[in-house]
Design a protein around this ligand. Structure first.
Ligand code: SF4
Ligand code: SF4
Ligand code: SF4
Length: 272
Protein backbone atom coordinates (compact mmCIF):
# COMPACT_ATOMS: atom_id res chain seq x y z
CA UNK A 1 0.00 0.00 0.00
CA UNK A 2 1.31 3.43 -0.97
CA UNK A 3 2.02 5.74 1.93
CA UNK A 4 0.71 9.29 2.00
CA UNK A 5 2.87 12.38 2.24
CA UNK A 6 2.05 16.03 2.99
CA UNK A 7 4.53 18.66 1.86
CA UNK A 8 4.69 22.07 3.52
CA UNK A 9 6.54 24.61 1.38
CA UNK A 10 7.14 27.44 3.82
CA UNK A 11 8.29 29.79 1.04
CA UNK A 12 4.69 29.83 -0.26
CA UNK A 13 2.92 30.32 3.07
CA UNK A 14 1.40 33.77 3.62
CA UNK A 15 0.34 33.11 7.20
CA UNK A 16 -3.35 33.50 6.33
CA UNK A 17 -4.34 30.75 8.80
CA UNK A 18 -6.95 29.32 6.41
CA UNK A 19 -5.59 25.84 7.19
CA UNK A 20 -6.01 26.41 10.91
CA UNK A 21 -9.66 27.40 10.43
CA UNK A 22 -10.37 24.58 7.94
CA UNK A 23 -9.00 22.04 10.42
CA UNK A 24 -11.33 23.33 13.12
CA UNK A 25 -14.28 23.41 10.76
CA UNK A 26 -13.83 19.90 9.37
CA UNK A 27 -13.15 18.34 12.76
CA UNK A 28 -15.97 20.20 14.56
CA UNK A 29 -13.52 21.86 16.93
CA UNK A 30 -14.92 24.86 18.80
CA UNK A 31 -13.44 28.34 18.61
CA UNK A 32 -11.59 29.63 21.65
CA UNK A 33 -11.65 32.96 23.39
CA UNK A 34 -8.06 34.17 23.36
CA UNK A 35 -6.27 37.17 24.80
CA UNK A 36 -3.68 39.58 23.42
CA UNK A 37 -0.33 38.29 24.56
CA UNK A 38 1.92 40.38 22.33
CA UNK A 39 2.40 37.42 19.96
CA UNK A 40 0.72 36.74 16.61
CA UNK A 41 0.41 32.98 17.20
CA UNK A 42 -3.16 32.52 18.27
CA UNK A 43 -4.04 30.47 20.28
CA UNK A 44 -0.55 30.42 21.78
CA UNK A 45 -0.08 26.66 21.36
CA UNK A 46 -1.71 23.49 20.09
CA UNK A 47 -4.44 22.26 22.39
CA UNK A 48 -7.28 19.74 22.47
CA UNK A 49 -9.43 22.03 20.31
CA UNK A 50 -6.70 23.28 17.96
CA UNK A 51 -4.83 20.55 16.09
CA UNK A 52 -2.97 22.83 13.69
CA UNK A 53 -1.54 26.27 14.36
CA UNK A 54 0.46 28.73 12.36
CA UNK A 55 3.35 29.56 14.64
CA UNK A 56 4.43 33.13 13.84
CA UNK A 57 8.03 34.16 14.43
CA UNK A 58 10.17 37.08 13.33
CA UNK A 59 13.69 35.78 12.80
CA UNK A 60 17.00 37.21 11.70
CA UNK A 61 18.51 35.06 8.96
CA UNK A 62 22.05 36.04 7.96
CA UNK A 63 21.43 39.63 9.06
CA UNK A 64 18.04 39.93 7.34
CA UNK A 65 14.73 40.09 9.25
CA UNK A 66 12.21 37.51 7.98
CA UNK A 67 8.74 36.25 8.90
CA UNK A 68 8.40 32.59 9.66
CA UNK A 69 4.95 30.93 9.60
CA UNK A 70 5.49 27.39 10.84
CA UNK A 71 2.60 25.09 9.96
CA UNK A 72 2.62 23.06 13.16
CA UNK A 73 0.72 19.82 13.61
CA UNK A 74 1.34 16.10 14.09
CA UNK A 75 4.15 14.88 11.82
CA UNK A 76 2.64 11.38 11.49
CA UNK A 77 6.04 9.79 12.12
CA UNK A 78 7.02 6.66 10.27
CA UNK A 79 8.00 5.08 13.61
CA UNK A 80 5.87 7.06 16.06
CA UNK A 81 7.18 7.33 19.61
CA UNK A 82 3.64 8.14 20.81
CA UNK A 83 2.34 4.78 19.55
CA UNK A 84 5.25 2.97 21.08
CA UNK A 85 4.75 4.65 24.46
CA UNK A 86 0.97 4.13 24.68
CA UNK A 87 0.30 1.21 27.05
CA UNK A 88 -3.28 0.58 25.83
CA UNK A 89 -2.99 0.93 22.06
CA UNK A 90 -5.01 4.15 21.92
CA UNK A 91 -2.69 5.51 19.22
CA UNK A 92 -2.19 3.61 15.99
CA UNK A 93 0.08 3.94 12.97
CA UNK A 94 -2.06 3.20 9.91
CA UNK A 95 -0.44 1.32 7.02
CA UNK A 96 -0.87 4.28 4.67
CA UNK A 97 0.75 6.81 7.03
CA UNK A 98 -1.63 8.59 9.44
CA UNK A 99 -1.15 8.17 13.19
CA UNK A 100 -4.67 8.13 14.63
CA UNK A 101 -6.07 8.12 18.17
CA UNK A 102 -8.97 6.32 19.79
CA UNK A 103 -10.54 8.37 22.58
CA UNK A 104 -12.42 5.32 23.81
CA UNK A 105 -9.19 3.52 24.65
CA UNK A 106 -7.19 6.46 26.06
CA UNK A 107 -6.70 6.22 29.85
CA UNK A 108 -5.12 9.67 30.18
CA UNK A 109 -1.63 8.50 31.25
CA UNK A 110 -0.03 11.02 28.87
CA UNK A 111 3.01 8.82 28.10
CA UNK A 112 2.56 9.85 24.47
CA UNK A 113 2.96 13.53 25.40
CA UNK A 114 6.27 12.75 27.07
CA UNK A 115 7.47 10.50 24.25
CA UNK A 116 6.65 12.73 21.25
CA UNK A 117 9.80 14.52 20.05
CA UNK A 118 7.67 17.25 18.46
CA UNK A 119 5.54 18.08 21.53
CA UNK A 120 2.30 17.42 19.66
CA UNK A 121 -0.30 15.40 21.59
CA UNK A 122 -2.58 17.59 23.68
CA UNK A 123 -4.99 16.82 26.47
CA UNK A 124 -8.61 17.66 27.21
CA UNK A 125 -7.82 19.59 30.38
CA UNK A 126 -11.36 20.85 30.83
CA UNK A 127 -12.76 17.34 31.26
CA UNK A 128 -12.61 15.52 34.59
CA UNK A 129 -9.77 13.05 35.15
CA UNK A 130 -12.06 10.54 36.86
CA UNK A 131 -15.25 10.91 34.83
CA UNK A 132 -13.84 9.13 31.81
CA UNK A 133 -13.66 12.34 29.85
CA UNK A 134 -9.93 12.97 29.67
CA UNK A 135 -8.50 12.22 26.26
CA UNK A 136 -5.51 12.80 24.01
CA UNK A 137 -6.17 14.89 20.93
CA UNK A 138 -4.12 15.72 17.82
CA UNK A 139 -4.26 15.92 14.02
CA UNK A 140 -5.36 12.60 12.48
CA UNK A 141 -4.38 13.61 8.91
CA UNK A 142 -8.13 13.89 8.15
CA UNK A 143 -8.32 10.12 7.87
CA UNK A 144 -12.05 10.35 7.27
CA UNK A 145 -11.37 12.51 4.19
CA UNK A 146 -8.30 10.78 2.74
CA UNK A 147 -9.85 7.32 3.07
CA UNK A 148 -12.61 8.65 0.79
CA UNK A 149 -10.24 10.03 -1.81
CA UNK A 150 -10.27 13.65 -0.56
CA UNK A 151 -7.36 15.84 0.43
CA UNK A 152 -6.97 16.81 4.10
CA UNK A 153 -9.06 19.89 4.90
CA UNK A 154 -5.97 22.06 5.53
CA UNK A 155 -4.51 21.18 2.12
CA UNK A 156 -7.84 21.69 0.34
CA UNK A 157 -8.21 25.20 1.72
CA UNK A 158 -4.66 26.54 1.27
CA UNK A 159 -4.90 29.35 -1.31
CA UNK A 160 -1.18 29.74 -2.03
CA UNK A 161 -0.07 26.19 -2.80
CA UNK A 162 1.98 25.98 0.40
CA UNK A 163 0.44 22.59 1.20
CA UNK A 164 0.53 19.59 -1.16
CA UNK A 165 -0.78 16.07 -0.61
CA UNK A 166 -0.14 12.79 -2.41
CA UNK A 167 1.97 9.71 -1.97
CA UNK A 168 5.10 10.09 0.13
CA UNK A 169 7.17 9.34 -2.94
CA UNK A 170 5.41 12.07 -4.94
CA UNK A 171 5.89 14.63 -2.16
CA UNK A 172 9.60 13.86 -1.84
CA UNK A 173 9.95 14.20 -5.64
CA UNK A 174 8.03 17.52 -5.59
CA UNK A 175 10.22 18.88 -2.81
CA UNK A 176 13.41 17.79 -4.59
CA UNK A 177 12.20 19.34 -7.84
CA UNK A 178 11.49 22.71 -6.17
CA UNK A 179 14.84 22.68 -4.36
CA UNK A 180 16.66 21.88 -7.60
CA UNK A 181 14.77 24.39 -9.79
CA UNK A 182 14.99 27.39 -7.45
CA UNK A 183 17.78 26.74 -4.97
CA UNK A 184 18.04 30.47 -4.20
CA UNK A 185 14.48 30.43 -2.78
CA UNK A 186 15.39 27.92 -0.08
CA UNK A 187 17.81 28.16 2.82
CA UNK A 188 21.22 27.01 1.70
CA UNK A 189 21.41 23.23 1.41
CA UNK A 190 19.26 22.24 4.37
CA UNK A 191 17.13 19.95 2.17
CA UNK A 192 13.89 18.35 3.31
CA UNK A 193 12.87 18.21 6.97
CA UNK A 194 11.22 14.90 7.80
CA UNK A 195 13.01 12.81 5.21
CA UNK A 196 15.18 11.22 7.87
CA UNK A 197 14.43 13.20 11.02
CA UNK A 198 13.11 11.00 13.84
CA UNK A 199 13.27 8.07 11.43
CA UNK A 200 11.19 9.86 8.76
CA UNK A 201 7.79 11.57 8.89
CA UNK A 202 4.68 11.78 6.69
CA UNK A 203 4.69 15.59 6.93
CA UNK A 204 7.70 17.09 5.14
CA UNK A 205 8.98 20.69 5.07
CA UNK A 206 11.09 22.81 2.76
CA UNK A 207 11.89 26.37 3.74
CA UNK A 208 13.75 29.64 3.22
CA UNK A 209 14.43 29.80 6.97
CA UNK A 210 16.67 27.43 8.96
CA UNK A 211 14.40 24.71 10.32
CA UNK A 212 15.54 25.18 13.92
CA UNK A 213 14.77 28.91 13.77
CA UNK A 214 11.22 28.10 12.67
CA UNK A 215 10.76 25.85 15.67
CA UNK A 216 11.29 22.44 14.07
CA UNK A 217 13.44 20.58 16.58
CA UNK A 218 16.80 19.05 15.75
CA UNK A 219 16.13 15.35 16.32
CA UNK A 220 18.16 12.23 15.69
CA UNK A 221 17.83 10.39 12.41
CA UNK A 222 17.05 7.04 14.01
CA UNK A 223 13.49 6.28 15.10
CA UNK A 224 12.63 7.55 18.58
CA UNK A 225 10.60 4.51 19.85
CA UNK A 226 13.71 2.57 20.83
CA UNK A 227 14.83 5.47 22.98
CA UNK A 228 11.41 6.18 24.50
CA UNK A 229 10.71 2.51 25.15
CA UNK A 230 13.94 2.24 27.07
CA UNK A 231 13.14 5.25 29.20
CA UNK A 232 9.42 4.68 29.70
CA UNK A 233 9.10 0.93 29.91
CA UNK A 234 12.32 -0.65 31.07
CA UNK A 235 12.03 0.91 34.53
CA UNK A 236 8.33 0.68 35.45
CA UNK A 237 8.64 2.31 38.90
CA UNK A 238 10.56 5.27 37.54
CA UNK A 239 8.13 5.50 34.65
CA UNK A 240 5.05 5.50 36.88
CA UNK A 241 6.56 8.06 39.27
CA UNK A 242 7.70 10.22 36.38
CA UNK A 243 4.29 9.99 34.73
CA UNK A 244 2.70 11.08 38.02
CA UNK A 245 4.98 14.09 38.35
CA UNK A 246 4.38 14.99 34.71
CA UNK A 247 0.64 14.60 35.15
CA UNK A 248 0.78 17.15 37.98
CA UNK A 249 2.93 19.58 36.01
CA UNK A 250 0.85 19.23 32.87
CA UNK A 251 -2.31 19.75 34.90
CA UNK A 252 -0.96 22.98 36.41
CA UNK A 253 0.41 24.37 33.15
CA UNK A 254 -2.47 23.02 31.10
CA UNK A 255 -4.99 24.76 33.34
CA UNK A 256 -2.97 27.95 33.16
CA UNK A 257 -2.83 27.77 29.34
CA UNK A 258 -6.52 26.95 29.23
CA UNK A 259 -7.29 30.00 31.36
CA UNK A 260 -5.03 32.16 29.17
CA UNK A 261 -6.65 30.93 25.95
CA UNK A 262 -10.19 31.08 27.23
CA UNK A 263 -12.45 28.30 28.47
CA UNK A 264 -13.07 25.49 26.01
CA UNK A 265 -16.62 24.40 25.48
CA UNK A 266 -16.38 21.06 23.76
CA UNK A 267 -13.84 18.28 23.25
CA UNK A 268 -14.46 17.94 19.51
CA UNK A 269 -13.10 15.10 17.36
CA UNK A 270 -14.88 12.55 15.23
CA UNK A 271 -13.22 9.31 16.22
CA UNK A 272 -14.83 8.67 19.63
S1 SF4 B 1 4.65 13.90 15.84
FE1 SF4 B 1 4.38 13.07 17.93
S2 SF4 B 1 2.18 12.68 18.07
FE2 SF4 B 1 2.65 12.84 15.88
S3 SF4 B 1 3.09 10.73 15.21
FE3 SF4 B 1 5.07 11.67 15.77
S4 SF4 B 1 5.36 11.04 17.91
FE4 SF4 B 1 3.17 10.74 17.45
S1 SF4 C 1 -4.86 16.92 8.15
FE1 SF4 C 1 -6.94 17.41 8.88
S2 SF4 C 1 -6.80 17.10 11.10
FE2 SF4 C 1 -4.69 17.30 10.33
S3 SF4 C 1 -4.16 19.47 10.46
FE3 SF4 C 1 -4.97 19.12 8.40
S4 SF4 C 1 -7.14 19.61 8.60
FE4 SF4 C 1 -6.39 19.26 10.68
S1 SF4 D 1 -3.66 28.10 4.41
FE1 SF4 D 1 -1.69 27.88 3.34
S2 SF4 D 1 -0.92 30.00 3.13
FE2 SF4 D 1 -2.54 30.06 4.68
S3 SF4 D 1 -1.42 29.79 6.63
FE3 SF4 D 1 -2.08 27.74 5.97
S4 SF4 D 1 -0.31 26.93 4.83
FE4 SF4 D 1 -0.01 29.15 4.99
Amino acid sequence: MAKYGLLVDETRCTGCRGCQVACKQWNDLPGEETHQSGEYTNPPSLNANTWLIIDFKEVEVDGELKWSFLNRRCMHCEHPACVSACPVGALKKQNDGPVTWDGGKCIGCRYCMVACPFNIPTFTWDEGLFDGGTKIRKCNLCIDRISNGLEPACVKTCPSGALSFGTHEEMVALAEERLAKNPEKYYKDQGIYGLKDAGGTTVLYISHIPFDMMGLPTVREEAIPDVSETIMKSTPIVAVTWAGILAGLWWVFGRRNAMMSGKKTDSGGKED
